[in-house]
Design a protein around this ligand. Structure first.
Ligand code: ZN
Length: 134
């Protein structure tokens, strides 16, 4: 079993990063501690800490990218949930051995220098699931 240690972050697709940041800072009172562009995923991300978990806001930098397409299809909202695991590559193998469809066969570099890999929502009851480790 994968046995994640905690929810690392929740990924939320937004149309306008600055407006969304204002809500998280001025209404919720969380502090945006990092803004980072992840070029190969065609997103700009903003991070907030809340306990051991983070909120990851995702703004598309390209309408053809994954977040651009998601927003066009479904509108802004929760995009994925990310579980912290000890080792992404092992966790992906474990999931595959149990018949889960993978998006990533192997871990790759994500935001914040984490090693990440995605499970396909078809296999995870509609929730795009990210696994990540340091
Ligand atoms: Zn994520």
């Amino acid at each position: 079993m994968i046995k994640p240690t905690h929810i690392e972050h929740i990924g939320i697709a937004v149309s306008n990063l600055q407006e969304a940041i204002r809500y998280y800072e001025e209404v919720l009172g969380l502090e945006c501690y990092a803004i980072e562009e992840v070029a190969d995923q065609k997103v700009r991300t903003a991070f907030f800490k809340i306990g051991d978990t983070k909120i990851e806001l995702l703004e598309s930098t390209d309408p053809e990218g994954p977040i651009g397409k998601f927003i066009e299809k479904k509108g802004p909202g929760i995009h994925h949930i990310a579980f912290a695991v000890d080792n992404v590559d092992n966790a992906l193998k474990e999931a595959e051995s149990k018949g889960i469809q993978l998006i990533d066969k192997q871990g790759r570099k994500g935001a914040e220098n984490l090693n990440i890999g995605f499970l396909h929502p078809k296999s995870t009851f509609g929730v795009l699931t990210e696994l990540c480790s340091k």
